[in-house]
Design a protein. Structure first.
Length: 246
């Protein structure tokens, strides 16, 4: 079996697990080997539903949950294909899959529940440092410094915003996710990550005006996840924008 085939085989299973994590982790429900409920439907779900594309037998009233599961599974497959095509070296492909799949889960959880669980963000920081040691040991110190810089900068913004406005802006989960950005991408990439995330956040706010109003909170985690993923892929969306502004 070709080395690149295994991530593609695992991707839909990871997608099913991701869908379960998004539904259950923020509310403290067990992930598998137990009964649970589909959102708002009251329909019992069992651990066998972690099998990919198991939405077909579900009752029609669970169709929205089934569609969300299918979309998540397909997204995980696309991430795996993208990683393999971007770099056929299987080691980097696996690293990209781990990062991409985790970012997808975090983005979906934060969009839905406005929380970035430590159980996902903190291991992502460690995984980023481990990936750096594995792939480029000479950059380990710089990436560790970038993780600290990313965390401390967002914590400073969080504290400053709270003192200035009297309410929370960024959350501690955002700071930990920014630490993960530094661990995976390094110090030089952090400004581009912040700027990209800000642009994605502004675009999301403009497109979601029906859901968010002036005084409502907009989750920044999904925009930050997109920015980290863009940075990992080596894309630079800022350069074309700056060229256009000129």
């Amino acid at each position: 079996m070709p080395n690149w085939l295994l991530p593609l085989i695992l991707a839909p299973f990871i997608g099913s697990l991701a869908s379960a994590l998004v539904r259950r982790l923020p509310v403290g429900e067990p992930i598998a080997l137990s009964h649970s409920r589909h959102d708002g439907s009251g329909y019992a779900s069992f651990s066998w539903e972690l099998v990919p594309i198991s939405f077909v037998p579900l009752h029609a009233r669970c169709s929205s949950t089934a569609f969300a599961r299918l979309a998540t599974e397909l997204a995980c497959i696309v991430i795996a294909i993208w990683c393999i095509l971007m770099d056929p070296e299987i080691q980097l492909a696996w690293l990209g899959c781990v990062l991409g799949w985790t970012l997808l889960i975090l983005a979906l959880i934060d969009w839905r529940y406005m929380v970035l669980p430590d159980i996902l963000t903190l291991p992502l920081v460690v995984a980023g440092l481990a990936a750096t040691v594995l792939h480029d040991p000479s950059a380990a110190t710089e990436h560790a410094a970038a993780a600290c810089a990313g965390y401390l900068s967002f914590r400073a913004i969080e504290i400053g915003y709270r003192r200035l406005r009297g309410r929370d802006g960024l959350g501690q989960g955002d700071a930990k996710l920014m630490a993960a950005a530094g661990a995976w991408l390094g110090l030089a990439a952090l400004p581009a990550v912040v700027l990209t995330a800000a642009l994605v956040g502004l675009a999301t706010a403009a497109a979601s005006h029906a859901r968010f109003h002036r005084n409502s909170a907009l989750p920044f985690g999904p925009a930050l996840c997109v920015a980290i993923w863009v940075g990992w892929l080596g894309l630079d969306p800022i350069a074309p924008l700056m060229e256009w502004l000129r």
